[in-house]
Design a binder for this molecule. Sequence first.
Ligand code: UDP
Length: 471
Amino acid sequence: MKRSVVLYPGLGVGHLTPMVELAKVFLHHGAAVTVALVEPPTNSPDFSAAVARAAASNPSVTFHVLPPPPPAPADPSSTDNGGTSSAHHIVLMFDYLKAMCAPLRDFLRSLPAVDALVLDMFCGDALDVAAELNLPVFYFYASGAGDLAIFLNLARMDTSTTFAELGDSLVSFPGAPPFKASDLPKEISAGSPGAKPILGALYRLPEANGILVNTFESLETRAVRALRDGLCVPDRSTPPVYCIGPLVSGGGEKGHECLRWLDTQPENSVVFLSFGSMGTFPKKQLEEIAIGLEKSGQRFLWVVRSPRNPEGMLRPLPEPDLDALLPEGFLGRTKDTGLVLKSWAPQVDVLRHRATGAFVTHCGWNSTLEGITAGLPLLCWPLYAEQRMNKVFIVEEMKLGVEMKGYDEELVKAEEVETKVRWVMESEGGQALRKRVEEVKGRAIEAIGEGGSSHAAFVEFLKDLDNMSLP
Ligand code: UDP
């Protein structure tokens, strides 16, 4: 009988996109797939647009929007600041996902048959729903094996939240090179309201029947080995880890103004700068980037967003006023060599365009995989969450990028932007880096092809699932 799976991506564009790619892999292997969507609690144009794009370009995937949860009674003992809307956005997100368990349960019960539930890393509360319904449950870990190795370990340490105090001292984890303690996500450091729910969610990962990871074995050999050897979860067994990536969106947006502009540019000549679905900078930093780009003399395509008020992480941003944000005359002076886009670019299509030559990235995992599979050298400028750790893996383990110095200080200076952009576009070192990424791109394609390591891992996962479902 045809297998039927429900994928539960939680909240956030960066989590939805790869889950939709996973849905396509299930379809390819003959399963019926439903993606159960959580509508963000606050209006999120980016998320709605991402859902609309995903649905339009994947008609064979069924999307089901879960109804909102019943309103929660105010609970003074809850993890937030007393159930008020002044709670931290991460706390609110986890509370909301917890509340979504009821609609998810009702939905799963309404289906004639479900063989497995696949969860996003932050949806640990849904493990209880799976247990109640006696369903095999898996995680889809949408970041890399290196992050997974560190987070599994970190979640089991009493001291994890004090790492921030170690600053630039090096810390070591199985599966990772030594790195600065300050490169751990600040969201999980002592005093951060998000630390408890994030670490709580990560603590539950080993409870699943298995973890699918959006990576391929040869990209992260050391981390995969540490996971398989059980070194990252010292106090219990690690479930099977299946490296099934890179699962990367196929793009396919046609006719966007920036693609037409790229059509007119020489091959490998344009530096693309984009900072994920949420990355923003203060005006001062935008000015430094602009000065650096102009001085570099290189062609560029740059996605600029309005600066964000730190309190308003979940609020939609207004359109940026480029004239007010960028140095006077910048847009006019660079009009023949550069293009600035407001808020959003069809990133995958841009990265794969023949004119694009390098990628300045915030090191979100999707962006990282999209850059690698486009064969582009990465200039790493991590901003938040696990991106600093990703930077460590990209620069030190994979050797597919270099860092923008100053990412961990107040400002990346214009001179740094100029120097690194010139280096990657003009120097022999930059050429060598591009060649190396091209080679890794080849391995990525091999991994997901018939007989490749990721393809084989998915087949093994399906076999394990079938064995679990046997009466
Ligand atoms: N993205 C895009 N256009 C933009 C910015 C982002 O298409 O202007 C897409 C990007 O291709 C990627 C996702 O949004 O698939 C961002 O995911 P990532 O994991 O890189 O970062 P996050 O947004 O989760 O920080």
